[in-house]
Design a protein around this ligand. Structure first.
Ligand code: ADP
Ligand code: MG
Length: 229
């Protein structure tokens, strides 16, 4: 069963009096453990599509299913739980909390989980700090880090709640191409080790090559599912 599936998904926005068709009927099925890139130029609908996967926005029409369940049948409470427990987000601008250090930024999403003891929380934070190679930077604040290091913090923060799916919206857009490549290699290593499903968007050909499957999007339509001929 797919972890997430879009069926005939359309999304329209009103921009003043003009209707913008951000997604024009998208069918896409993603299996557990995939390492998938959504590739397309700026404005093609990548972020809109990721928002559908993360249930942070609803389609104008069509169906979004999570683990085989139609999300329309889920209440707001269940959707919130889905977002919090099953999804990790990584953004192009890192979105770290500036007053918190590396350790505290990564710990932050775990503070919402009352089921964890302090010790369990600490073990998880330390494990993912090590996983992203920042053990020697734990007490530094985001402004003391390079762009690549900041994105590593964001990756650890997304992983620490043990989500099923990580959604990364242009995670390398604010990095130089070498650093960006390192970040995608790190995500891929984690995908292989932890079996976490990764869906990342990009318009960078350099990065696309690292994906195991590439879905191409243009003007709100999928033009290639990346499933071969
Ligand atoms: P991408 O992430 O590939 O750059 P987006 O999904 O952000 O593309 O946007 C797809 C289209 O939808 C663009 O034409 C964009 O201007 C439009 N769009 C996105 N979000 C909104 C919004 N909140 N209101 C109006 N138009 C939007
Ligand atoms: Mg975008």
């Amino acid at each position: 069963m797919p972890v997430v599936e879009l069926q005939g998904v359309k999304k329209e926005y009103m921009l003043g009096q003009t209707k913008v068709e951000a997604l024009r009927g998208v069918d896409l099925s993603i299996e557990k453990g995939e390492f998938l890139a959504i590739a397309g130029p700026s404005g093609s609908g990548k972020s809109t599509m990721l928002n559908m996967f993360g249930c942070i926005d609803q389609p104008s029409s069509g169906r979004v299913s999570i683990d085989g369940k139609d999300t329309e049948a889920l209440g707001e409470k269940e959707l919130t739980r889905y977002r919090r427990e099953k999804i990790g987000f990584i953004f192009q601008s890192f979105n770290l909390i500036p007053v918190l250090n590396v350790y505290e930024n990564i710990e932050f999403p775990l503070l919402l989980k009352s089921s964890l003891s302090k010790k369990e929380r600490q073990a998880l934070v330390l494990r993912f700090i090590e996983e992203v190679g920042l053990s020697d930077r734990m007490r530094n604040k985001p402004y003391e880090l390079s762009g690549g290091q900041r994105q590593r913090v964001a990756i650890a923060r997304a992983l620490v709640t043990r989500p099923t799916i990580i959604l990364a919206d242009e995670p390398t857009a604010n990095l130089d191409s070498e650093t960006g490549l390192r970040i995608v290699e790190l995500m891929r290593k984690i995908n292989e080790e932890e079996k976490t499903t990764f869906i990342f968007s990009t318009h960078d050909a350099h990065i696309v090559g690292e994906a195991r499957r590439v879905v191409k999007i243009l003007d709100g339509r999928i033009v290639d599912q990346g499933l071969g001929a």
